[in-house]
Design a binder for this molecule. Structure first.
Ligand code: OGA
Ligand code: MN
Length: 202
């Protein structure tokens, strides 16, 4: 079903795709990270990396397997990676992801996760970790068609909602929320390996 919808629409919205114990574990992990674990998010990769709080004002924490909850999440996403590869032959090679925290009023302006032809980010995922989210809390993700104008989906950042979309084809933005808002953004990547160097690490 995930693969089917991805191949026809290029995106899929799943209200509850993650097993509850794992979801709870990553939610608790996100909420327990102290200020020293969060850093101001940047835009661009490698030498183009820069912090620009006009574009985004969230803070991030990169996920890795040292923590049990994070490791469980990475294991699940690796299962998803292999499932998608089997069904759609996308040749997805690995997955990178970070927690994001948007404090009240934080936003991320309209952007594309991968610049065409220049990135190895193929498939984006966003998982939301916010219990009891109300419409009045705002903070929706707006997903646009490739032209950047036609609105395809308005996604409330509700606990357990998972959005998956082709990284190059869907501009999207995060509206300011009225309360703290947690998500995990991640990217399945292909390996543009040249002369034995994994292109670029991050
Ligand atoms: C991103 C992103 C969306 C969200 O980090 O690239 O688009 O809702 N995040 O957290
Ligand atoms: Mn994005």
């Amino acid at each position: 079903m995930i693969a089917g919808q991805l191949s026809t629409d290029g995106y899929v919205l799943l209200p509850s795709a993650i097993p509850e114990p794992l979801l709870l574990a990553v939610q608790q992990r996100a909420q327990s990270l102290g200020a020293e674990h969060w850093r101001t998010a940047g835009v661009g990769r490698a030498e183009q990396y820069q912090v620009d709080q006009q574009i985004r004002s969230d803070k991030i924490h990169w996920i890795n397997a040292d923590n049990d909850a994070e490791a469980g999440f990475l294991a699940l996403m690796d299962q998803l990676r292999r499932g998608i590869n089997q069904r759609l032959y996308m040749g997805l090679f690995d997955y990178e992801s970070h927690f994001s925290i948007y404090q009240q009023g934080d936003f991320y302006q309209k952007h594309i996760d991968a610049l065409q032809g220049r990135s190895n980010r193929i498939l984006s995922t966003v998982l939301y970790l916010n219990s009891h989210w109300q419409d009045s809390d705002a903070g929706e993700l707006l997903l646009y068609a490739e032209d950047g104008e036609q609105l395809l989906a308005t996604v409330a950042p509700r606990y357990g909602t998972l959005l998956i979309f082709l990284s190059e084809q869907f501009p999207h933005q995060v509206l300011a929320a009225n309360r703290e808002r947690y998500s995990i953004a991640g990217w399945f990547r292909v390996n543009n390996n040249r002369s034995g160097v994994v292109d670029p690490a991050r």
